[in-house]
Design a binder for this molecule. Structure first.
Ligand code: SF4
Length: 204
């Protein structure tokens, strides 16, 4: 992700400088170590669509025999958001608390990312149907947006009647787009924030 971001930044800088177009990004990506690494690893994850043992066998074949040069590319059978199971099929995972050395709490991590948003810009995260979180996401999926978002942008907080209601802290967003990809009902309308402020942004 960091590598593709750097390539995008370099290509964008080139666009601003020489008036070419964003095709430069794709050219840079295709000619980079990022593309080479992703291409070599492209079959590992979809191989497990065929089950654990076929997945292990195909992955081993890819890794040790063809070394990523297989003449085929396996596909996922369904998009990511359809791969989310309902919560009743799983047990909650108890994660260890951050140790402050190698792992950090969310607020510290968001602060260190140096993400910046202008406070008066239009909201870049909107719900297509504002009722879906409380009617579907929370009861069926245990509110996955409050779990996969790395910046705790989505929080279920009690309203004046004590009922859980989704609250969106859009100013904390790190622009990873996990919510856009993973929301089970594809209910999040994600638009690019103003100003290019993102992780590592500096207003200097
Ligand atoms: S884009 Fe990433 S950081 Fe931003 S709200 Fe979605 S999941 Fe959270």
């Amino acid at each position: 992700m960091f590598g593709t971001g750097m390539l995008a930044a370099e290509a964008t800088f080139g666009v601003l400088n020489d008036n070419s177009n964003m095709e430069a990004y794709w050219d840079a990506l295709r000619n980079s170590w990022v593309w080479e690494e992703l291409h070599k690893a492209r079959n590992y994850r979809p191989a497990f669509e065929y089950g654990l043992f076929p997945g292990l066998a195909i992955s081993a074949f890819e890794h040790y025999i063809t070394k990523g040069r297989s003449p085929f590319t396996l596909k996922h059978r369904k998009p990511d958001h359809e791969a989310t199971n309902v919560a009743r099929l799983h047990s909650p995972i108890q994660y260890p608390k951050p140790d402050g050395v190698l792992s950090f709490d969310i607020l510290t991590s968001v602060h260190r990312s140096n993400t910046n948003h202008e406070h008066d810009q239009p909201a870049h995260l909107r719900l297509k149907d504002p009722k879906i979180p409380e009617l579907v996401n929370l009861p069926e999926y245990a509110g996955p947006e409050s779990r996969y978002c790395p910046a705790r942008v989505y929080e279920y907080v009690a309203d004046e009647k004590g009922e859980p209601k989704l609250h969106i802290n859009a100013q904390n967003c790190l622009h990873c787009k996990a919510c856009d990809i993973k929301d089970p009902k594809q209910n999040i309308e994600w638009t690019v924030p103003e100003g290019g402020g993102g992780p590592g942004y500096s207003a200097m």
